[in-house]
Structures are given as structure tokens and as C-alpha cells.
Design a protein around this ligand. Structure first.
Ligand SMILES: NC(=O)c1ccc[n+]([C@@H]2O[C@H](COP(=O)([O-])OP(=O)(O)OC[C@H]3O[C@@H](n4cnc5c(N)ncnc54)[C@H](OP(=O)(O)O)[C@@H]3O)[C@@H](O)[C@H]2O)c1
Length: 214
């Protein structure tokens, strides 16, 4: 299978990429810096997911039909009420919401996806309106809640594919921090397992396959 993953140079995206390559899969990554290793089954392309022109150029370069698209690139800007800035809000929206949407739209327009393709938007429990406690980063939670709407909208429009939101767990990465209980490798293998078994669209799941309320 051919997997496309954004933000794969570190964190959860890197762990997913390593695991897939170990399993013999073909992976195309979209990153804005460089990968820490090379592999025969790994294609490395550049993308800045906050920039629609860059997203378009990236999508054009994807050279074979996509079985699984993982919109993983994301940012956490720690701005809480009452200290939220316009800059924090807009950049969070660009990377966490607009980027994933535009990449899906470009891939559809350029016929890079196909019947049965799986589109995984890496969201967060912090984007769940039902679960919110009100104490998180405001730009982050709002932009991930909006990403969940991207999932729902696309699940309705792409009836021949699967489109889901995925909470990867609280994971020990640069974003998740040292206190996070889940290792990137555990999150990655859970996510891959859930994707392989996926038979529903328009759902919000965590990395163990449990449903999360929107
Ligand atoms: N860690 C957690 O506990 C947790 C919990 C819930 C959800 N998530 C979600 O899981 C995903 C991965 O998180 P992580 O913990 O692996 O974060 P991370 O370690 O901070 O890595 C983030 C990745 O996204 C990339 N990225 C950010 N902005 C980008 C842009 N404009 N263009 C291209 N790539 C960009 C980064 O690339 P650079 O190296 O170039 O910056 C990096 O590869 C995110 O969507 C995050 O919101 C994480």
C-alpha cells in the first residue's frame, strides 16, 4: 500500500513512517525540513502545510495513487484565555485546519486518491467539544474542533472513501512533552492497526480504536 504522511520528520509522524517501512509499505512524506534517514521505499517531498501553493505543489508531485493519507502535521501554540493573539489563532487555523482540508481537496482534484482510500486527520481529544474542560490552548482546541468538521464534511462528500479524525493519545513528543504517558511507537502502531481495520467513515477514534464524542 502507498501511505502519504505530513509532518513525518519527528514525533508521531516519524514513528508511523518508521513502523510502516519496517512492515514493507511504501511511504511518501511531506515535510518542511529533512528526514533523519533514507529508505528505498521512502519518498521525501517538501511541503509547508500552512501554505496552499506549497500544498498544491506537494500534491502534484505524489507519483502514485494514495491508499492512506495521514494529515499529521500540526502545531500547538500555548495561548490561553485571556492572552490569545490574532497571530496564534491564524497560524493554528492554517496548519491544523486549512492545511489538512486543502491537501484533501488538491489530492481529489488531481485524482491522487481512489475508491477505498483512507484519509486520517490527526486531531485531538482537545478538539472534542463534548469533552472540553475549558482550560486548554484556545487556538489549538478551536483549530482541532474545526478539523473535526473537515472530517465530517469530507466524509459526506467522499462517499467512496473513508475519512476519520484520530486522537493519537497523549504522546511523548516535542508537542506532548516529557510527562506524556504514551510513547510515539505505541501511538504509531495503534494508529496503523486502527487504519488497517477501518470499516467506517465520518468517525472520531483514538489510537486504540475507541470512539470519541465530537
Ligand atoms: N503529542 C501529543 O500528545 C498529541 C496529542 C493529540 C494530538 N496530537 C497531534 O498529533 C500530530 C503530531 O503531533 P506530534 O506530537 O508528533 O508533534 P511534534 O512532535 O511537534 O511534530 C509536529 C510535526 O508537524 C510538522 N509541522 C508543523 N507545522 C508544519 C508546517 N507548517 N508544514 C509542515 N509540517 C509542519 C513538524 O515539522 P517541523 O519539524 O518542520 O516543525 C513536525 O514534523 C499533530 O497534529 C498534533 O496536534 C499530538
Amino acid at each position: 500500500m502507498h501511505w502519504v504522511i505530513t509532518g513525518a520528520n519527528r514525533g508521531i509522524g516519524l514513528a508511523i513512517t518508521k513502523q510502516l517501512l519496517k512492515e514493507g509499505e511504501k511511504v511518501t512524506v511531506g515535510i518542511r525540513t529533512s528526514m533523519p534517514f533514507e529508505h528505498i521505499n521512502l519518498t521525501v517531498l517538501k511541503v509547508d502545510t500552512s501554505n496552499p501553493v506549497s500544498i498544491s505543489e506537494f500534491a502534484e508531485k505524489i507519483d502514485e495513487p494514495i491508499d492512506v493519507l495521514i494529515n499529521n502535521a500540526g502545531i500547538l501554540i500555548e495561548e490561553r484565555f485571556p492572552n490569545v493573539t490574532e497571530e496564534g489563532m491564524l497560524l493554528s487555523f492554517k496548519v491544523n485546519t486549512m492545511g489538512p482540508y486543502m491537501l484533501i481537496q488538491e489530492c481529489v482534484k488531481l485524482n491522487k486518491l481512489k475508491d477505498g482510500s483512507k484519509i486520517i486527520n490527526i486531531s485531538s481529544i482537545l478538539g472534542s467539544i463534548a469533552n472540553t474542560g475549558g482550560t486548554t490552548s484556545v487556538p489549538y482546541s478551536i483549530s482541532k474542533a474545526a478539523l473535526n468538521m473537515v472530517t465530517k464534511l469530507m466524509a459526506h462528500r467522499l462517499r467512496n472513501m473513508y475519512v476519520i479524525s484520530m486522537h493519537p493519545g497523549w504522546v511523548k513528543t516535542d508537542m506532548g512533552g516529557e510527562n506524556a504517558p504514551v510513547l510515539p511507537e505505541e501511538s504509531a502502531s495503534g494508529i496503523i492497526n486502527v487504519i488497517r481495520k477501518l470499516d467506517k467513515t465520518g468517525v472520531f477514534l483514538d489510537y486504540t480504536g475507541n470512539s470519541i464524542e465530537w
